[in-house]
Design a protein around this ligand. Structure first.
Ligand code: FBP
Length: 263
């Protein structure tokens, strides 16, 4: 088995990834006349020196060629729309081999922990994890508790369980939501063990809230963030990026970092 190259996604042991798979997950409502063009968001990723760009394969195929040398690519191998109701299942739509031919430095896959389709996602993820590691690339698992069995998807014990499952299944990175329980989240990070925990951004909120969330996540021991809407839906995507970098890479407090966003 090849040695998994995870270092290329880090800056001084931490990472900041930009995600743009929301067109599939949520639909065009997340975008405006500028951000609907993938190149607009890719330019933010380059100018902001993100450690990686998360895309579905269709966007990578048609837009990533000119960015190939500039930023590591992470291909999300599964996805779903928000049109289908009921138990959540995110099906695989791209192979590891195809992702690698597109230049992927890592691959990602969402598991809805607690869904009645959980076993199916474990199986798909198991195959992906083995194949990706054969090629020597890391795997990011979006570990999202969701389904009728989950009463509170942000419950600390549930998040801790989801993080542990990610470790047990072989993920190198576990991407999950933050639940504003700083002390409890330290346990969540511990449960992820040697898998690196990355916090997802979520719906757009104020700069203050976003930076506070990032700060708390880092205080809890997270290895970084994988964010989307809070950056590219912002009127000041590069300024919020710079503020976020101060928090993630330099441990600056939110009230210090926010000064870098001009009024
Ligand atoms: P955001 O920072 O915009 O929330 O993006 C992170 C992410 O994990 C995306 O990769 C994905 O499209 C989205 O969140 C899914 O979130 P949800 O399933 O909660 O709608």
């Amino acid at each position: 088995m090849a040695r998994t190259k995870i270092e290329r996604l880090f800056t001084r042991g931490k990472t900041l990834l930009l995600a743009m798979d929301q067109g599939l997950e949520h639909g065009p409502k997340d975008f405006n006349i500028d951000t609907i063009n993938p190149e607009h968001v890719l330019d933010i990723a380059i100018k902001g020196s993100y450690n990686g760009m998360i895309l579905q394969k269709g966007i990578a195929e048609k837009y990533f060629e000119n960015y190939r040398q500039k930023i590591p690519l992470i291909i999300k191998l599964n996805g779903k729309t928000n049109l289908v109701k009921g138990e959540s299942y995110s099906s695989q739509n791209c192979s590891v081999k195809r992702a690698i031919s597109l230049g992927a430095a890592a691959v990602g896959y969402t598991i809805y922990v607690g869904s009645t389709f959980e076993a199916k996602m474990f199986e798909e993820f198991g195959r992906i994890e083995e194949e990706a590691h054969e090629y020597g690339i890391p795997v990011i698992a979006w570990m999202y508790p969701r389904g009728a069995a989950i009463q509170d998807d942000l419950n600390t014990d549930i998040l801790a369980y989801a993080a542990r499952i990610g470790l047990e299944l072989g993920a190198d990175f576990i991407k999950m939501k933050y639940n504003h329980d700083l002390e409890g989240y330290k346990w969540v990070v511990k449960c992820a063990g040697k898998a690196k925990l990355l916090v997802a951004g979520g719906e757009k909120t104020s700069y203050e809230n976003f930076l506070k969330e990032a700060y708390e996540a880092m205080q809890a021991g997270a290895s970084g963030m994988a964010v989307g809407r809070n950056v590219w839906q912002s009127e000041k995507p590069l300024e919020i990026t710079n503020a976020l970098k101060l928090v993630v890479f330099e441990g600056k407090k939110p009230e210090q970092a926010i000064k870098y966003i001009r009024a």
